[in-house]
Design a protein around this ligand. Structure first.
Ligand code: NDP
Ligand code: GUE
Ligand code: MG
Length: 297
């Protein structure tokens, strides 16, 4: 079998097109547009790429974008003050503080300072709690939400009852991914660095999600014939004799594609959908704040 390649770029474009229509309807009917504030502390080059993409795509969807770039030397108090001022700012409907933060800043404290109604990353305990309780009003973390949207497209008959293996248990990807799949009635196993015989476990997966941060760790023979593989990994690897770093996922793509039914590429898979879902969460959050019905579900 040779896998079909899931086009995350196209899926993200389609979602952004729908958002743009919804935003222009809101603007016409209510005379406001959703606003997203992105806060970047420090100079991490990869984070700068994402922040630039977010700003551009936010504007293209007709929304307002507020970028706050702070030096790595910013104190915790200064960052908390900024978050509190964004909480009070009515033009700001969504707040994203790019992670990781410098060592001297308590990231959990920053996350808990964000108004849960503006927490478009879905990382605030109020939102993670709501997700784990199956509360549909939860703001759901963007990367897992994007993965779920792509998975649903692959299974017109639904995913209930399928075996899902999520490799990685981070608060930003693995755990919320597992929660979403549980809510979809998959049978979910979460693997991590202490998991025994990971290859054999992965071979039980109808749905295999890799969110590990290790380039091409998941090999072709870990993939069950006909499985759908979602590769969340974004790893910059420097190849010998090549000038530019290359982006690779957590899955050995060519090998896995020989056995999977469908697979997401890196780049062009989960990454673009993450940003589109961030914009979606911002529109949803803005509509709730204005007590206006949103036609995005
Ligand atoms: N496309 C996108 O939009 C996004 C992509 N990413 C990418 O996804 C990847 C994961 O990110 P994130 O969740 O933040 O990473 P973390 O480093 O926070 O978590 C990695 C997880 O993988 C587990 N792990 C590490 N090594 C192994 C191993 N050898 N075998 C099994 N499990 C292992 C860890 O286990 P343990 O808990 O035991 O340490 C941990 O649970 C990264 O490449 C990141 O860049 C992240 C966010 C968004
Ligand atoms: N508070 C917070 N929320 C996040 O959602 C968050 C974060 N912090 N910190 C970093 C990770 C990573 N992340 C990505 C977003 C887009 C792409 C993306 O657009 N990737 C493109 C390629 C872009 C490139 O060339 O680097 C692709 O995969 O095709 C990747 C990764 C969001 N994250
Ligand atoms: Mg992390």
């Amino acid at each position: 079998m040779s896998a079909s390649i899931i086009d995350g770029k196209a899926a993200a474009q389609a979602l952004r097109d729908r958002l743009a229509i919804e935003v222009s309807r809101i603007d016409a009917e209510h005379s406001w547009v959703p606003g997203l504030a992105v806060v970047l502390v420090g100079e991490d080059p990869a984070s700068q790429v994402y922040v630039r993409n977010k700003g551009k795509q936010t504007a293209e969807a007709g929304m307002r974008s507020f970028e706050h770039k702070l030096p790595a030397s910013t104190s915790e108090r200064e960052l908390l003050d900024l978050v509190e001022s964004l909480n009070r700012d009515d033009a700001v409907n969504g707040i994203l503080v790019q992670l990781p933060l410098p060592e001297h800043i308590d990231a959990q404290l920053v996350i808990e300072t964000i108004d849960p109604a503006k927490d478009v990353d879905g990382f605030h305990p109020m939102n993670t709690g709501a997700l784990s309780n199956g509360d549909p009003t939860a703001l759901v973390p963007c990367t897992p939400l994007g993965c779920l949207m792509m998975l649903r497209e692959q299974f017109p008959e639904g995913i209930a009852g399928l075996n899902a293996v999520v490799v990685g248990r981070s608060n930003i990807v693995g755990k919320p991914m597992a929660q979403l799949l549980i809510a979809e009635s998959c049978t979910v196993t979460v693997a991590h660095s202490k998991t025994r015989d990971l290859p054999a476990l992965c071979r039980t997966a109808d749905i295999l999600v890799a969110a590990v941060g290790r380039p091409e760790m998941v090999r072709g023979d870990w993939v069950k014939e006909g499985a759908v593989v979602i590769d969340v990994g974004i790893n910059r690897v420097q190849l010998e004799g090549q000038e530019k770093a290359r982006l690779v996922g957590d899955v050995a793509f060519a090998e896995a594609a020989e056995r999977a039914k469908a697979i997401t590429p890196v780049p062009g898979g989960v990454g673009p959908m993450t940003i589109a879902c961030l914009l979606r969460n911002t529109v949803v959050a803005a509509c709730r704040q204005h007590r206006v019905v949103c036609e995005l579900g």
